[in-house]
Design a protein around this ligand. Structure first.
Ligand SMILES: [Zn+2]
Length: 49
């Protein structure tokens, strides 16, 4: 399982509504809406450092 970085839901990688690559990692989303939010501003959802 992966954690949707937008809503923090647990998402099955094989069943995700969407995925995006950012900073060399792949993120999985529960819905197209979460993916759209992430793609618009990924740095606000990904902790760095
Ligand atoms: Zn979500």
């Amino acid at each position: 399982m992966a954690t949707d970085p937008v809503c923090k839901m647990q998402v099955d990688e094989n069943n995700a509504a969407g995925k995006s690559q950012y900073g060399g990692k792949t993120y999985y989303f529960c819905s197209p809406g979460c993916k759209a939010k992430f793609d618009a501003n990924p740095s606000s959802y990904v902790k760095r450092g």
